[in-house]
Design a protein around this ligand. Sequence first.
Ligand SMILES: Cc1cc2nc3c(=O)[nH]c(=O)nc-3n(C[C@H](O)[C@H](O)[C@H](O)COP(=O)(O)OP(=O)(O)OC[C@H]3O[C@@H](n4cnc5c(N)ncnc54)[C@H](O)[C@@H]3O)c2cc1C
Length: 297
Amino acid sequence: MFIRRLPRFEYHAPASLAQALELLSKWGEKAKVFAGGTDLLVAMKKREAVVEHLINLKGISELKGISEDEKEGLKIGALVTLGEVEQSKTVREKYPILWEAVSVMASPQVRTLGTIGGNLSSAVPSADTAPPLIVLGAMVKLRGIDGERSVRVEDFFKGPGESVLRSDEILTQILIPKPLDGSGGTYLKLMRRNALDLALVGVAAFLRLDLDKQLCTEARIALGAVAPTPIRAPMAEEILLGKKVDEVLAGEAGKVASGVCRPISDIRSSLEYRCHMVEVLTKRAVMGAYHIIREGG
Ligand SMILES: Cc1cc2nc3c(=O)[nH]c(=O)nc-3n(C[C@H](O)[C@H](O)[C@H](O)COP(=O)(O)OP(=O)(O)OC[C@H]3O[C@@H](n4cnc5c(N)ncnc54)[C@H](O)[C@@H]3O)c2cc1C
């Protein structure tokens, strides 16, 4: 594809969130915020995004940092890069499903620039951080000039490239509740090659087992790249509830999940292949989550 030079735009570098929000409300649809630029600059070059005022968020310290709170769980600033998430010991040890997703995204170079907030805000169906954040029950904080609201990541997406984020709002933080005892999950991503590729299918499964680690008391399954937005598969989750998880039950959940998805056929993969792989990966992810909990001590 022919990629042209960036068109002309006015550049703004606010030092605080308040300044950035003022600029956004002043320039409205003509403005866009810039985090890592790995999606936005490409879209601007292709003229898919028309931006007259580019507001660089990088100087805003309120949007940075990862912190853990005993009660509230993990707080990740929207501007935290995918590389920082990957390098976080807390994420790796206590929220490994998110770590798994981030570590298979793009390339080290892209992960150094791209942010977790940008990945959600782009709202592409294949956004790799979405399925793990959905099954972890994460929320995002959205700040506008008039105040702040919190939205579940599950409710954030509206369609390809569309979310509930208004053009005068900034996604400021991602909040992940502390996982409960006896719970665990895994994220599996199917790509055409082993790196630097978007998901053909992404499946996150998160389970909680009873005290004896026998019966499934909670199940959450989220699918990426197989519908206009990342989605949950509630009917597949129901199959697992109150039962002992084994290969047969996980296979049934996989079949049901495959019926929930609504993928497209494109140059990267056919609809039929994607549906089949949802079945296969859901079964594997459910069994993976089960073994993680059983072996977790
Ligand atoms: C080579 C390559 C490989 C890639 N591979 C993957 C992959 O494997 N998986 C995957 O999921 N993605 C992949 N991507 C996409 C991209 O890198 C990620 O989506 C990245 O996380 C985007 O973050 P960013 O900070 O660069 O966003 P930007 O490009 O800066 O912004 C993206 C969009 O979000 C808006 N935005 C950004 N931050 C905020 C905020 N805090 N509040 C409100 N709006 C905001 C911007 O205005 C813009 O519309 C890849 C990209 C490239 C170039």
